[in-house]
Design a protein around this ligand. Structure first.
Ligand SMILES: NC(=O)c1ccc[n+]([C@@H]2O[C@H](COP(=O)([O-])OP(=O)(O)OC[C@H]3O[C@@H](n4cnc5c(N)ncnc54)[C@H](O)[C@@H]3O)[C@@H](O)[C@H]2O)c1
Length: 332
């Protein structure tokens, strides 16, 4: 089921946003400025929040998914809490509506697969909101390592606790972004997982050091936590011919290359675009709906990354204690 959507032409796709908290209100804001789409309404059981967003952006506000679907939307983005993604996505798909669901695709692999199967049966587009792929710095890194023999990847994603804690820890909330990037950079599945997790302050893990090996033999590492007083998002990729370093916040990407036997090498800053990642992501969704082609981030990719994140939580060494204990104090 494809729509005549051309993001470069006038508004044609009627779209709604389900869940307009932190992320969904950004979806709604960006959608109002996109060619090829008309933001018809937002749905959120928090009526004050829905009304606020709707008034600001000039669209309808409703409290329930069915009411939004009654506004005859062609597509929705789902930014409700993750444990609701499955039910909401299935309700939309059952009405023939295209869905972009925030990351992680669902609470479990089984739920994610249900969404994929339903979308396939209904012939609607399903995309997962792994927005970091659309960060221009990430795109520059991906370009820099194209056709390179990748050896290792290290990603740091740290910061303070979010103002409102959801019921997931850093692995599902943060590391899933980087698991997706590792799979995407390497075009390969993760086959080995060595997680170390700790709960220093929160009930769920708030520190994670995760090591992986991909089917293609790349070693990868994620360092993530909610205990760093400032946000940092850094990626380094070592290939046989290059060392690429990217700061995803400042969007500076640098590569070292031309390694010489005497230890010298060349270095250059790569050109990085300025586009807002969420805008690029939502445009990619509109294009996939319009063309009927595969989404930029498919449901299957969303499930694959979630599956690895869940393995990190379930395959911890039996001897490891997730709870920290007081440090040993040397006598004397
Ligand atoms: N891609 C990213 O970088 C990114 C960043 C933040 C959050 N997220 C994802 O977005 C989703 C929402 O996270 P958030 O931080 O915006 O949460 P949030 O709590 O700020 O917002 C969630 C909103 O959903 C509403 N809601 C609750 N039940 C609902 C229902 N049945 N129908 C419609 N709306 C409902 C809540 O009232 C709230 O306004 C999560 O899946 C999260 O993982 C992704």
């Amino acid at each position: 089921m494809t729509q005549a959507v051309n993001p470069d032409a006038g508004p044609s796709l009627r779209i709604g946003v389900i869940g307009v908290g932190v992320m969904g209100s950004n979806h709604a804001r960006v959608l109002t400025g996109l060619p090829g789409a008309k933001l018809v309404g937002v749905a959120d059981p928090d009526l004050r929040q829905a009304d606020f967003v709707a008034r600001t952006l000039g669209c309808a506000s409703v409290t329930g998914v069915d009411e939004l679907l009654d506004l005859k939307v062609d597509a929705v983005t789902v930014a409700a809490p993750t444990h609701l993604h499955r039910d909401i996505a299935l309700a939309c798909i059952a009405r023939g509506v295209h869905v972009m669901v925030e990351k992680p695709i669902a609470s479990s692999v089984e739920e994610g697969r249900e969404i994929i199967a339903a979308a396939r049966r209904a012939g609607v587009t399903l995309m997962v909101g792994h927005v970091e792929r659309f960060n221009p710095a990430v795109e520059a890194i991906k370009d820099a390592i194209r056709n390179e023999d990748i050896l290792s990847i290290a990603i740091t994603r740290v910061g303070p606790f979010p103002p409102r804690m959801s019921n997931v820890g850093v692995v599902i909330d943060l590391a899933v972004h980087d698991i997706d990037l590792i799979r995407w950079f390497t075009d390969s599945d993760i086959v080995e997982v060595q997680p170390q997790l700790s709960s220093a302050v929160a009930e769920r893990e708030d520190i994670a050091l995760l090591q992986f090996r991909t089917a293609s033999g790349v070693l990868a590492h994620i360092n993530t936590n909610w205990l760093t007083p400032f946000k940092a998002r850094n990626v380094t990729v070592a290939t046989r011919g290059k060392y690429v370093m990217g700061d995803l916040l400042t969007r500076q990407v640098t590569e070292c290359f031309g390694f010489q036997p005497d230890g010298s090498y060349s270095m250059r800053h790569l050109s990085v675009g300025h586009a807002e990642p969420l805008r690029s992501e939502l445009l990619a969704f509109l294009r996939a709906v319009g063309s009927g082609s595969a989404a930029a981030v498919t449901g299957e990719e969303g499930v694959a990354s979630l599956e690895i994140a869940i393995r990190c939580l379930t395959s911890r060494p039996a001897t490891a204690s997730a709870q920290r204990q007081a440090p040993l104090v040397a006598a004397g």
